[in-house]
Design a protein around this ligand. Structure first.
Ligand SMILES: Nc1nc2c(ncn2[C@@H]2O[C@H](COP(=O)(O)OP(=O)(O)OP(=O)(O)O)[C@@H](O)[C@H]2O)c(=O)[nH]1
Ligand SMILES: [Mg+2]
Length: 457
């Protein structure tokens, strides 16, 4: 992508094909002249007022109507790109979109590259790099919580945090640099303490951000909830009850499920990947053995295990074996078949949180939904609050490298090494924070980020 290229660009802002309305966006100096050439307002107007919607017709070179449409001209700088922007709200058909774009190309616009509108917003200083990534994140969000967190990024919370951290580090650097000029003198204890204090504060904040990445990952990819238990306790029935559909085969024969079954579920905003498994037991059947092996493999990936027990039969030795297989993973005990009555459970299960329910009648299911959410939210309090959550691997990597630099900075300070070393590490830390916002990000990183966008964004 040529950053100096300021051609007027056009691209579909919506997916053309089925929708009632399809929007084409134009950005650049030529936007208004283009609008004048291809759009005839219904009521005669001498000029387009900025940010006002006009009704009319899009016409080709020979004056023939291409579509009936609405058009809006938005004068720079109060636009998405900070350039002059025109939006044409046409009908949403694929042919319409193609014709209008062709017309714009014929009149001198260039087809926008993927992410080019957002790139211009970044290059023109309306948003920083983390906000540009936030645009993608908001569009791609798969759950309510994930979308809320993405919106915070879009609104510049990450940028503001980086700015605040940089200010502290700049304060520390100013103190260091004031002393560098007097190499014969040692740092006085008060200054040393002030510098150390600033670095430690930033260090602690960075650690919190790095820790939040786990929450971020869970929100992006969903929580992996594994349904585990011996055969016939009702695992597949539970999956079906949670999904509200007969996804998995249920029979009264033990060993019905032979393979893992994975489905997505939205639990009041929390994205869950629900995995039903083959019942754990010793089996002579080769296919079932393979299924059991797969069930065990899934344990490592799970964020939470629903350990299902047949409450009517009570727990047997096989149930204890399943509990052992869970290792140190978080376990929520699901005591199923409540409609048939329940027996007391052995001591080994007493420490576990439990939910009594019937997958058949649906009794107790709301408790389970809430239980899964609670387990997660108790562990990931940041998800529900207003705090900042790191979701991008790139940001996590920057914060980690920044933390390492501060670690080394503290080391040189404690060992009373030359202040030049300390200054060097602080500069490095500042540069890394600048990579997040884009101030010091190398061009190839910026290229890579925008290449992930789709056309029209
Ligand atoms: N009464 C009653 N029966 C249930 C309940 N849940 C499941 N069952 C029955 O228990 C039997 C086994 O159910 P499944 O859901 O296939 O059990 P599973 O754990 O997936 O079994 P495998 O796939 O063989 O490991 C079926 O006959 C279900 O109808 C329940 O809450 N109450
Ligand atoms: Mg099953």
């Amino acid at each position: 992508m040529d950053y100096a290229d300021r051609a007027t660009i056009a691209g579909p802002a919506t997916v053309f094909g089925q929708g009632g309305i399809g929007i084409i966006r134009v950005s650049g100096e030529g936007a208004l002249p283009l609008l004048r050439r291809i759009f005839q307002t219904q009521r005669p107007t001498s000029a387009f007022t900025s940010h006002r919607l006009y009704y009319g017709r899009i016409v080709d070179e020979s004056g023939d109507a291409v579509d009936e449409a609405m058009a809006v001209y938005m004068r720079a700088p109060y636009t998405y790109t900070r350039e002059d922007v025109v939006e044409l709200h046409c009908h949403g058909g694929a042919v319409v979109g193609r014709r209008v774009l062709d017309l714009l190309m014929a009149q001198g616009a260039r087809l926008a590259l993927p992410g080019e509108f957002t790139l211009r917003a970044f290059l023109n200083g309306r948003i920083d790099l983390s906000q540009a990534e936030g645009v993608m994140e908001v569009i791609g969000a798969q759950s309510l919580l994930g979308q809320k967190i993405a919106l915070r990024h879009l609104q510049g919370r990450l940028r503001d945090t980086c700015t605040a951290l940089r200010e502290r580090l700049c304060d520390a650097l100013a103190l260091v640099e004031a002393w560098i000029d007097f190499p014969e003198e040692d740092l006085d204890p008060a200054t040393q303490e002030a510098i150390g204090g600033l670095i430690i504060q930033v260090h602690a904040q960075l650690q919190g951000l790095i820790d939040s990445f786990r929450t971020g990952r869970v929100l992006r990819e969903g929580v992996g909830v594994l349904i585990l238990g011996r055969p016939n306790v009702g695992k597949s029935s539970l999956l079906n009850a949670l999904l509200g559909s007969s996804r998995a085969i249920v029979t009264e024969l033990p060993g019905t499920t032979r393979d893992t079954i994975e489905e997505q579920l939205d639990l009041a905003g929390l994205r869950v990947r629900l995995i039903d498994t083959a019942g754990l037991r010793q089996s002579a059947d080769l296919v079932e053995q393979e299924g059991v092996r797969r069930s065990r493999d899934k344990i490592a990936e799970a964020d939470l295990i629903l350990l299902v027990i047949d409450g009517h039969q009570g727990a047997v030795a096989e149930d204890l074996a399943v509990l052992e297989a869970c290792g140190d993973k978080p376990v929520l005990l699901v005591i199923n078949k409540q409609d048939l009555g329940a027996r007391a459970l052995p001591e080994a299960f007493s420490g576990l949180s439990r939910i009594y329910l019937s997958a058949r009648t649906g009794e107790g299911m709301p408790l389970l939904r809430d239980g899964i959410r609670q387990v997660f939210l108790a562990r990931e309090p940041q998800a529900d609050q207003e705090s900042l959550v790191v979701t991008e691997a790139r940001h996590h990597d920057c914060f980690t490298r920044c933390l390492d630099a501060l670690h080394r900075a503290l080391g040189t300070l404690q060992k009373k090494e030359s202040l030049e070393f300390l200054a060097f590490e602080l500069h490095a830390a500042l540069d890394i924070l600048g990579e997040i916002t884009g101030e010091t990000a190398p061009e190839d990183i910026i290229q890579r980020i925008f290449s992930k966008f789709c056309i029209g964004k």
